[in-house]
Design a binder for this molecule. Structure first.
Ligand SMILES: [Zn+2]
Ligand SMILES: [Zn+2]
Ligand SMILES: [Zn+2]
Length: 347
């Protein structure tokens, strides 16, 4: 019988449709075609003049801004969804409807000068530089009064919304706290009021004890398939210490977060043959001082199923892979296949 499961934090229900369940290996795609560098790619090394001037870059000493010699490069989005950020948002009414000016920030973090090297192919050292850039750009904007929330996202593959194939992440600063965060903030407060303690810390200890949904772990982070996963192979990376803020990681924790992210994207890449996916970091709103109950995390959702009429009409996702089977499958992906060029192996 299909099983409905409720998320501990958001109280969102999902249907795990075991009757329709597929074998995890059936989600593996046809062999991905290697991506050739595009002569017109604005993110490739040598094409620095095709983007707005960089706002930050990690460069070899002596190299000039907006020229080659960078390892990670951050530029404003040429077609920003939000901006500018130097004015306060104006709220007004259109009849009964409320509007707000879309002030904010929209930056692109180019994770490698090489066109083909996405997270799964980057070295652990390069991934650590990307994570450091995430934190530094977050810090650069966190005191801006116009910004209420900042989100780091990564879209991988065309079906996941990546308009340019060159590996990059994006930082959004927006003038409101989005509903997805509100749900989690409200959920963590409700959990503490009803049970005491942090809901995410409870998830951490439950998953470490039960082990069936654990994908991997290191000293600072647990990677697991959430109990109420919305899509096949939904996964999350959770800090093992209680902290509301991604941006307050120590340098050592940043390195272990980069290791966890590299490990997870490599397992997804190898085990499922480079599927499209989205990941994003959920951290506490920038200016809040009362979100000590919150516990930051990263969520990764491969695009292996389509939200259709039932999902759109109910908000209730039907997931055709159990999180337990997905975690078991990802656990078994050969660690040796994680480095660039190694042939994928699944036990
Ligand atoms: Zn490129
Ligand atoms: Zn916690
Ligand atoms: Zn979340």
């Amino acid at each position: 019988m299909p099983q409905l499961r409720q998320d501990l934090v958001t109280q969102r229900w999902v249907a795990i449709a075991t009757e329709r369940a597929k074998r995890p290996s059936s989600f593996s795609r046809a062999a991905a075609v290697p991506v050739p560098p595009a002569a017109t790619c604005p993110f490739c090394v040598g094409h620095e003049s095709m983007t707005p001037p960089e706002v930050m870059a990690y460069r070899t000493p002596g190299s000039e801004p907006n020229t080659p010699g960078w390892e990670v490069r951050v530029v404003p989005n040429l077609y920003p969804a939000f901006g500018p950020a130097d004015i306060e948002p104006i709220v007004s009414k259109e009849g009964p409807y409320e509007t707000m000016t879309g002030v904010g920030i929209h930056e692109v973090l180019i994770s490698s000068p090489s066109h083909a090297d996405d997270f799964a192919q980057l070295s652990a050292g390069q991934t650590a530089k990307v994570v450091r850039a995430f934190v530094e750009r977050y810090e650069a904007h966190r005191s801006n009064p116009a910004i209420r929330y900042m989100l780091i996202i990564n879209n991988h593959g065309k079906e996941a919304g990546a308009s340019l194939e060159h590996p990059h992440s994006q930082l959004f600063g927006i003038p409101l706290v989005p509903s997805a965060l509100r749900e989690e903030l409200d959920g963590t407060r409700r959990y503490r009021a009803e049970h005491g303690g942090c809901a995410y810390c409870e998830i951490l200890s439950t998953e470490q004890k039960e082990k069936v949904r654990v994908v991997a772990e290191n000293d600072d982070f647990l990677t697991y398939a959430p109990f109420a996963s919305r899509t096949p192979f939904e996964t999350a990376i959770l800090p093992k210490w209680h902290s509301a803020r991604f941006e307050e990681m120590s340098a050592g924790q940043q390195v272990n977060f980069a290791r966890a992210l590299h490990d997870l994207t490599a397992r997804i890449h190898t085990g499922l043959n480079d599927p499209p996916y989205n990941f994003y970091v959920h951290t506490a709103p920038v200016h809040s001082t009362d979100d000590v109950d919150y516990h930051w995390h990263l969520e990764l959702l491969p695009k292996l199923s389509i939200a259709a009429g039932f999902e759109l009409g109910t908000g209730l996702m039907i997931n055709v892979a159990t999180p337990e089977a997905a975690a078991e499958y990802l656990r078994a992906v050969d660690d040796n296949a994680h480095s660039a060029g190694a042939s994928p192996t699944v036990h």
